[in-house]
Write a new protein. Structure first.
Length: 204
């Protein structure tokens, strides 16, 4: 690998690692702060930031979004590990890290995955209390959610967290890169290649 390519690789490692670590730490800090002040379900208080629209509360989610996969925590843990391994392989073995935007998108997504994986492994050390399907004192292997967004008469979004937001933002950036940014870059590269070919022909 040339010195220039090694420098690019080092910058991409730094970009990916910084986004993943900062995203994960922000998620874990905010969850710890909110749960320390509002407590755990079933009846936490609700802090309204925008009355009847945006509030802070606490919820423990053993499933994915909209209750998909309820009770399959082990499956989600395995999926998270596979996803992170796949991202690392794609970036640093398949060469996707050459693209800065793609590296950033995958760093953001990885931060979200790690934040929720931490919770699913039971690392926060929470215990269930007055839960319908758990005995009091059982360890919690569930994601801590705390942001509640609703528009009266339109939508009542499930409670979510920073990690969920990172996953969505990273996925949207990845989609934008796939549909618009990458094709435009390839078109520019083709135009450059055609120009270089024409110059070579003219010099023959």
């Amino acid at each position: 690998m040339s010195a220039a390519m090694m420098a690019v690789a080092a910058r991409r490692y730094l970009l990916f690692g910084t986004l993943a670590a900062c995203g994960c730490l922000l998620d874990l800090f905010t969850k710890a702060w909110i749960f320390a002040r509002l407590g755990i379900p079933p009846k936490p208080p609700q802090w309204w930031l925008v009355l009847n629209v945006l509030s802070l509360t606490t919820s423990l989610n053993e499933s994915a979004l909209f209750g998909i996969g309820q009770g399959r925590g082990t499956w989600f843990i395995g999926l998270s590990v596979v996803a992170v391994a796949g991202i690392l392989g794609w970036l640093f073995f398949a060469g996707a890290a050459r693209d800065r935007m793609l590296t950033a998108a995958l760093g953001i997504i990885t931060g979200g995955i790690l934040g929720n994986l931490y919770d699913r492994l039971g690392l926060p050390g929470l215990k269930w209390r007055a839960a319908a399907h758990h005995a009091d004192g059982d360890p919690v292997f569930a994601v801590r959610d705390w942001i509640h967004l609703r528009i009266p008469g339109v939508i009542d979004w499930p409670v979510f967290n920073i990690a969920d937001s990172l996953l969505v933002c990273g996925a949207l950036l990845l989609l934008w890169h796939t549909l618009w940014a990458d094709p435009r870059r390839k078109n520019r590269q083709r135009a450059t290649d055609h120009t270089a070919a024409a110059v070579r022909v003219n010099h023959v």
